[in-house]
Write a protein that binds this ligand. Structure first.
Ligand code: MG
Ligand code: MG
Length: 248
């Protein structure tokens, strides 16, 4: 069942979204060659706690950090640690915060210094695919309209859409029904209604869409070692169209 949020609940989710968005911006401002992913994690955790909020990922199914930090061929769920970023890396940062029981969830991929033209094109296409997916989130549209729009942009740019990990409903839990794939046939799936809130999160690979997990039990990488990018927002369907909640 897809839970509908009341206007009061969406107001609370705006605050969770704001905290998440600011944390992500602060992390992005600190991304540079030489910084460790653990140092970025500390920045996010300190900001989230300073707002009286709680990091959403820390302890989630045993995840050990506030951020997921995924470098280059890492797709999602990378664990912050002593790895120092290098010029030319791309870093996907996924961040979530809980305010008064409501969740925000957002991700961005940041360039570390100057990156290759391919890396820049991948990041740009992933961000554009998210924008295109969000634009479909109006009443009476269908769930798979979102993924279809994402897929068209990503594949149109020559990249591939990860299949094994998808977006999700979000509210008083980080993961609610429905699953929100980043691919599929337009016109299919549940009808969108005001009060639905989804985290839409294209994970786009420069090479093939296949992924595998590393032995740490968390980090997901591209099977062919190609670069991957990840952008995510938490979005409410309203009478007037989509409202992005993970903004400042
Ligand atoms: Mg996320
Ligand atoms: Mg998510």
């Amino acid at each position: 069942m897809i839970l509908l949020k009341s206007p009061v609940e969406i107001e609370m989710m705006r605050e969770a979204g704001r905290v998440t968005a600011v944390a992500l911006r602060l992390v992005g401002e600190a991304v540079r060659p030489g910084v460790t992913t653990k140092a970025l994690d500390v920045i996010a955790e300190e900001y989230i706690r300073s707002q009286g909020a709680t990091p959403a990922f820390l302890g989630y199914h045993g995840f050990p950090a506030t951020l997921c930090t995924s470098v280059n061929e890492q797709v999602v769920h990378g664990i912050p640690g002593n790895r120092a970023l290098k010029e030319g890396d791309i870093l996907s940062v996924d961040c979530g915060a809980i305010v008064d029981g409501y969740f925000g969830d957002s991700a961005m991929t940041f360039p570390v210094g100057t990156v290759s033209a391919e890396a820049q094109a991948l990041m740009d296409a992933t961000q554009r695919s998210l924008v295109a997916g969000i634009a479909t989130m109006r009443p009476n549209m269908r769930l798979y309209d979102i993924g279809s729009a994402v897929q068209q942009v990503a594949e149109g740019a020559g990249f591939s859409v990860v299949r094994e990990y998808v977006g999700h409903g979000i509210g008083r839990s980080m993961h609610e029904e429905p699953q929100v794939p980043n691919f599929g046939q337009a016109g299919r799936g549940a009808q969108l209604k005001p009060g639905m809130v989804f985290a839409v999160e294209p994970m786009i690979n420069a090479g093939g869409y296949e992924t595998r997990s590393l032995d740490d039990g968390w980090t997901v990488v591209t099977a062919d070692g190609s670069l991957s990018a990840h952008f995510e927002h938490t979005i409410a369907v309203t009478e007037d169209g989509p409202e992005i909640l993970t903004v400042e």
